[in-house]
Design a protein around this ligand. Structure first.
Ligand SMILES: Cc1cc2nc3c(=O)[nH]c(=O)nc-3n(C[C@H](O)[C@H](O)[C@H](O)COP(=O)(O)OP(=O)(O)OC[C@H]3O[C@@H](n4cnc5c(N)ncnc54)[C@H](O)[C@@H]3O)c2cc1C
Length: 398
């Protein structure tokens, strides 16, 4: 690792990896530091991603695809199912990845493009000069050194500290952090090409439970809940265990992970002098689904693009980096985050009775086109009793 780079990237997840590759391809000197000893492990993810959005960044490769998904099934508290078939499942048509291999592939590609990669290497503090982020103090295997850079990308995930150390308030309100638990299970009887989502306040309070296939008889079976409506003393794992006992009594668990997902709005500003914040660190996770792989890659690429232009001009002050922030906010990504935040807020307020009524009203219909707005319009038509709730939602997202 050198003492000085054009760009220093903190974190080797999808956001940091794509940023490193993008910047290296533009001829910048780049270093990516990752605190874990190996890229991609432990996996803290259900590993689902839409086909079309993934292909914007990387050609699909069977080495890191565990399953191809062609439909999604939503199950309401009383067991009513709504099946989104391929023609209208939209983003739900996709892959379940093997992120142990996928994340490594992204970092390998960054290294192949010329980026320096340092694992078991942690940023412990920013270097601040006249209020500008000018690098980071790095700790690697007991050694501490200063690494300077024209700009730093904070891609350090949901537990991000780097931006906070730089003086940015990154607090996630307690009610907007989902507590997650997930088992990788085998010996299951499942549909290997369908992702299944279970809803309800007794199944997953203010969240959902998922079964994402990883093969013919294996799946990520996980849950995300908030602490607000969960029963006293009940953790995400307790809800997950109850589900597993009733749905997969013969299943075998070969991996267990826990983690957090933010379901708040993004940070109010994702740049500062010398600093760009991407992915989970910027809180650009989809508040409705908890999905953040694509968002991390998208913001990572954009941040590196903008940083490269700024570095070429010799000006990495906040104002020059601002196009990163405004571009993702005005893009489909930013608009979807805001819309999905409102939808999430609407759905977590519903009782199981209302959820069941909504699910039953649309379970048998075949929508010609599936989009959130089409679905809400259909719900309004079929649920006159809930017209006020649904009208407010429609107004909020249209
Ligand atoms: C249970 C669960 C299920 C999920 N399921 C899905 C899903 O199905 N689909 C989806 O799209 N998203 C899902 N997500 C979200 C997804 O995992 C994240 O949005 C995605 O990994 C974000 O990428 P990132 O690069 O921003 O951060 P991360 O992938 O978290 O990478 C950040 C990296 O930074 C490193 N780091 C942190 N601090 C430092 C430091 N000081 N110095 C050096 N390195 C540091 C960390 O070790 C980590 O490797 C899920 C999340 C959870 C918890």
């Amino acid at each position: 690792m050198k003492d000085r780079y054009d760009l220093l990237i903190i974190g080797g997840g999808p956001g940091g990896a794509i940023a490193a590759k993008t910047a290296a391809c533009k001829g910048l000197s780049v270093c990516l530091v990752e605190k874990r000893p190996a890229i991609g492990v432990p996996v803290r993810c259900a590993e689902g991603i839409g086909k079309d959005i993934l292909q914007q960044f990387i050609e699909p490769d069977e080495r890191w695809i565990s399953a191809e998904i062609d439909r999604a099934i939503l199950v309401s508290p009383d067991g009513t199912s709504m099946v989104l078939e391929p023609q209208h499942a939209g983003n739900e048509v996709g892959y379940v990845l093997d992120r142990k291999i996928f994340d490594r592939e992204l970092v390998w590609q960054a290294a192949a493009a010329g980026a320096d990669i340092a694992v078991k290497t942690r940023a412990v503090a920013p270097i601040m000069e006249n209020g500008k982020v000018s690098g980071a103090t790095i700790e690697s295997c007991g050694e501490v050194k200063n690494v300077r850079a024209e700009a730093v990308i904070a891609a350090d995930g949901v537990e991000s500290k780097f931006a906070r150390w730089c003086g940015i308030d990154t607090t996630v309100p307690l009610r907007e952090i989902m507590s997650c638990a997930q088992y990788l299970m085998t010996n299951l009887t499942i549909d290997p090409h369908a992702t299944v989502f279970y809803f309800g306040n007794s199944i997953a309070p203010e969240g959902y439970l998922w079964v994402f296939p990883k093969g013919e008889r294996s799946a990520n079976v996980g849950i995300g809940i908030t602490g607000r409506k969960s029963a006293p003393g009940k953790r995400a794992k307790d809800y997950l265990d109850a589900f597993v006992r009733s749905h997969f009594p013969d299943g075998r668990t070969i991996e267990c992970i826990v983690g957090g997902v933010s379901v708040c709005r993004p940070l109010p500003c994702t740049v500062a002098d010398g600093l760009l914040i991407v992915g989970d660190a910027a809180r650009v996770v989809d508040p409705l689904t908890g999905g953040g792989i694509f968002n991390a890659m998208y913001t990572g690429q954009l941040a590196a693009d903008v940083a490269a232009g700024a570095i070429a001009e010799g000006n990495t002050l906040k104002e020059r980096l601002m196009p990163y922030d405004t571009t993702w906010r005005c893009a489909k990504l930013g608009k979807n985050l805001e819309r999905n935040y409102k939808i999430k807020e609407f759905f977590i307020g519903l009782s199981d009775k209302k959820l069941n009524a909504l699910a039953q009203s649309v379970s048998k219909i075949n929508l010609k086109e599936f989009s959130t707005l089409v679905l809400v319009k259909e719900l309004i038509k079929r649920n006159p009793g809930l017209i006020l709730d649904l009208k407010a939602l429609k107004d909020a997202i249209s």
